[in-house]
Design a protein around this ligand. Sequence first.
Ligand code: G4P
Length: 563
Amino acid sequence: MAIPHIEKEVERRRTFAIISHPDAGKTTLTEKLLLYGGAIHLAGAVKAKKNQKNTTSDWMELEKQRGISISTSVLQFDYHGNQINLLDTPGHKDFSEDTYRTLTAADAAVMLIDAAKGVEPQTRKLFEVCRMRGLPIFTFINKLDRPSREPLDLIDELEKVLGIRSCPMAWPIGTGDRFRGVYDRISNEVLFFESEDRANQSGRLEPKKIDANDPDFWKMLGGPRGDLDEAKELYETFRSENELLEFAGDQFDHAAVLAGQLTPVFFGSAMNNFGVERFLQRFIELAPSPVGRVGVYDQRDAEPVKKVVVPTSDQFSGFFFKIQANMDPAHRDRVAFMRVCSGHFERNMEVTHSRLGKKVKLSKPLNFFAQERVIVEDAWPGDIVGMLDTTGELRIGDTVCTTAGGASVFEYQGVPRFSPEHFAQMLIKDPMKRKQLQKGLEQLAEEGVVQIYRQRGMGDKDPVLGAVGALQFEVLQHRLLGEYGVDTKIEKMGFVHARWVVGSDLRPEEFDRREDTRCLEDRDGQPVILFKSDWSLRWAVDNHKTLEFRTTAPEIRGTGKKK
Ligand code: G4P
């Protein structure tokens, strides 16, 4: 029997994350989006995290000390009947595997780019993760009110640097001091730019608009002084750029957008709240609602079978993509964040934990907002629910599902581990605390704070730690001390790349002999090679044609079984 309303509930959901380089304006954009959803009423409520005040996701001691958001949570709001789930990814200089993993719970990504800077390194890394998953990507080019690079240049860069085709949905007229607004290529309207201060003074809620076919439109490009020469010049540039886009640009193709092959591009200024609402509207129109995900069904005596589980299925299912211990230091609790993938989630529901093969009751589902915890009564595909993990049994990548009506148990394909770029060994100040250290390391590795690699033949002794961002080591030390009472020292190692290696010809000694490479094992006993430079990685790839060097670990799925 179909679940009432499920189609409608799935259809109205959009679950996405914003990817960007620090300072591109993610906090500012998030804040404006939340204002549209009425989720916050005070401008600056999100921003305040930088000033170390109460904020939406600022709960960890270290975050408070540094005034940054290290953890990831979800911001949910309603916009004209649509349920928006914005996965909040950390926006500080450093970033962690958490950021990558969050993208596995998203159905789309918004790539935010600073118009003066173009594609920056962190955006590129995050983009690669989105591409790996085939996520649809929407581009918002921000800070047009400031001196910017040529818009055509920026578009070109998307293709050259990221290798993605793009289709501008809007086009800016002028930039910086001469930024006059954006032309909406779909509605054929020009939206005139006004700084937020000026817009507030005039009490205008929406930007002034004009049809681009209006013969007098060009005269309005003269800015506050009404300079007609300037107006003419801006208009000519606008016209020739648009002609170029018409003839040489990629045509809009919704299927290509949904397949992650074409990115629709928007322009605006988040700080001035200009272009943001139009972007949100188009995003809702074009971004996908939750789609089916591949489930793996174990067979007794045969290879597992893979089948797509549709969100509108009667069978409830979800997977855990993030675990956070000690969210509330007073309670020392552990919260596992679940993405609902199919069916209807209801509080106190009994589900099967696929990896452990046992029934569990989901009795403490939570939502977090502005440091408040709210019990969730129900949720739909695309929603994120925090689950209080009282038994400590949940792991990243775990699937839960119902089995009513004889539905089979399955697991979603795992959440991959990503190759770290920072490596270190840990020294303990008090050797009596070795046991606590081991326990802490294991738990925090499970959360994904760091990855642990064994040195071959040394068992669990003196492991090498790997992190996607260097700040993760600081987080690790801070938490080991605060939560496990272990004071540690970190000794950084000179490696910069790690690759999981697949192939029967691997001879680990060959890599251990060299000064610039080292062969280790991950928690599942899979070989991982560390490299000290781009050059040594290239050398290995060129000279070992029979080996495959992977940037992500084979799936985490079923780690419990392997252990
Ligand atoms: P992030 O989360 O991506 O790191 O960026 P954030 O929103 O904090 O923005 C970084 C800086 O860029 C902030 O300035 C912010 O005000 C500014 N900014 C964001 N969007 C725009 C825009 O559209 N135009 C202009 N001109 N600036 C923008 P700040 O000086 O670091 O902070 P604040 O003093 O403004 O708070």
